[in-house]
Design a protein around this ligand. Structure first.
Ligand code: SF4
Length: 152
């Protein structure tokens, strides 16, 4: 069900308003592309070592490629409105968005956090290919290139 934003002309992605779908897509990002780390505040040495290997860079360089500067990360005003609306009236959705620095992943179609990353990370000027519309994402094909198991 697409939710047309009144007056904005933008249809909210279903996952912004459907927690089950969001979780499913998030799980797919974890499984297919190692979305993480679980707690970005920790050193996560093994995680960053694996990412560095994937991208053939140093772990320090790998840490520079996060959702926050990924070409698939959407933090437009309209998208944030969709996310806030989907979080519902309880609590302060904008505080939740701010705390998690949330945006929307256009490749895996879920709400992701700017401090995380995944193997499908792309530069900001690269074209986004939605996982549902294009070929199935294969980790090795991109060398340069919520109530949740763990939070967005
Ligand atoms: S494709 Fe980009 S925005 Fe989506 S989870 Fe991976 S790094 Fe984050």
């Amino acid at each position: 069900m697409m939710d047309e934003m009144q007056g904005k002309g933008m249809a909210c992605p279903p996952a912004t308003g459907d927690i089950t779908l969001n979780l499913k897509n998030r799980g797919r990002a974890i499984e297919a592309a190692m979305y993480g780390p679980e707690n970005p505040a920790l050193p996560n040495t093994a995680f960053w070592r694996d990412m560095a290997k994937e991208w053939e860079v140093s772990p320090e360089d790998a840490k520079m490629s996060r959702c926050g500067n990924c070409g698939a990360f959407n933090r437009s005003e309209e998208m944030l409105q969709c996310i806030a609306k989907g979080l519902g009236p309880e609590g302060d959705p904008w505080a939740t968005i701010e705390a998690g620095d949330l945006g929307y992943c256009e490749i895996f179609d879920f709400k992701c956090a700017s401090s995380r990353t995944c193997r499908a990370w792309i530069a900001e000027d690269e074209e986004v290919e939605d996982e549902d519309e294009g070929e199935e994402y294969k980790p090795s094909s991109n060398a340069a290139a919520e109530g949740e198991e763990y939070e967005d």
